[in-house]
Design a protein around this ligand. Structure first.
Ligand code: FES
Length: 343
């Protein structure tokens, strides 16, 4: 918009002085140099073209990469190759559209500020009457009221329209059913550090320590099953506190599920399943970063705050003949979110 036009818009009722004077407009390089403007235009167009190519790559990857192909990304772990490529191509494509749009707005669109005088927003009554009459005439002429068969079939077709979206929900995978009731933890399963795969001895953990861990044979099982379900279900945290700080455990009377103050709990929040590892040594509270559910690990993992309505399941542990921490058995209650009411 030209400065002249801007000035007209910013002129107040009283005189030629603008009611709200704006700072003088500072020209950008692309305003003054056609060459710079063309370069910026090429950059923006390049991002949009690249974004389109990434969408083509996304479709090709969706068709070509079998879901049974996995890659080992070291520290991150084993991931499904198709998910990796689909996520990367789609994410980058969106990112490039976003960056391109920002560049377009910053470098090529007019950045001159203007003010406009306010005026009443409501239309005069005669305009409203006219619009209503035009609408009613449109309804009559369309035959929407008279042609019942067309109207009803259209409504039927529109009612079915969302069905494909619901059908696509199937791609989100099967309902968990009873699959959350059991994990691969067995009597004698060694507990290993999640990232390094090292088995843990009690002396490796000082009071206040938290370790993310999993069963030793997880990777073997995972390769056999070709999915991440077992990893998610079997993830645990180990925490150590002074034995006399433990106020209660989930173990039945006469049994103990800790080993010398080391307790194992599921790592999956019982609210909607975020992994948790934020532990406060002084209070023994475990805080879920997603919606702030807080669990007291010194008191059976009970909920002390937040939307979760079920305690964190505790894994019974002990040591084997070589002094390594092992499970006494599987969890005694389902791990994970509690919204599938388990009775
Ligand atoms: S997932 Fe943990 S509080 Fe919501």
């Amino acid at each position: 918009m030209s400065s002249d036009h801007g000035k007209t818009l910013s002129t107040a009722e009283h005189g030629d002085e603008p009611a709200f004077p704006l700072p003088a407009h500072r020209h950008r390089l692309t305003d003054t140099s056609p060459r710079a403007a063309r370069r910026a235009e090429r950059q923006v167009a390049g991002m949009f073209v690249l974004s389109a190519l990434l969408i083509v790559a996304f479709i090709a990857a969706y068709v070509a990469i079998p879901t049974s192909t996995f890659v080992n990304l070291g520290v991150i772990g084993i991931v499904q190759l198709s998910n990796l490529i689909l996520g990367a191509t789609f994410g980058l494509s969106i990112l490039l559209i976003g960056i391109g749009a920002i560049q377009w707005a910053k470098k090529l669109m007019s950045d001159e500020e203007v003010t406009d005088e306010r005026h009443p927003l409501g239309s005069p009554q005669e305009d409203r009457d006219e619009a209503l009459a035009a609408f009613q005439m449109g309804v009559t002429e369309s035959g929407f009221v008279e042609r019942k068969i067309v109207r009803r079939t259209l409504i039927g077709a529109l009612a079915l329209f969302p069905v494909p979206l619901i059908v696509l929900l199937k791609d989100m995978g099967p309902l968990p059913g009873d699959s959350l009731r059991n994990t691969i933890w067995r009597k004698g399963s060694r507990i290993v550090i999640d990232v390094t795969g090292q088995p843990v001895k009690p002396q490796d953990m000082g009071v206040g320590t938290l370790i993310s861990a999993s069963p030793e044979d997880l990777n073997t099982i995972q390769e056999e099953q070709g999915n991440q379900n077992e990893r998610a279900k079997a993830s645990i945290i180990l925490v150590r506190m002074a034995p006399d700080e433990i106020r209660s455990q989930q173990s039945p009377k006469g049994a103990t599920w800790d080993y010398q103050g080391i307790l194992a709990f599921s790592k999956i929040c019982t609210h909607v399943g975020c992994p948790i590892a934020l532990y406060q040594k002084a209070t023994h509270h475990l805080l879920c970063p997603c919606h702030q559910s807080t669990f007291d690990l010194a008191d059976s993992g009970n909920v002390v705050f937040g939307p979760a309505n079920r305690r964190m399941p505790q894994l019974p542990i002990t040591v084997d003949s070589e002094g390594y921490l092992v499970a006494q058995g599987d969890f005694q209650e389902p791990v994970g979110p509690s919204f599938w009411e388990r009775g």
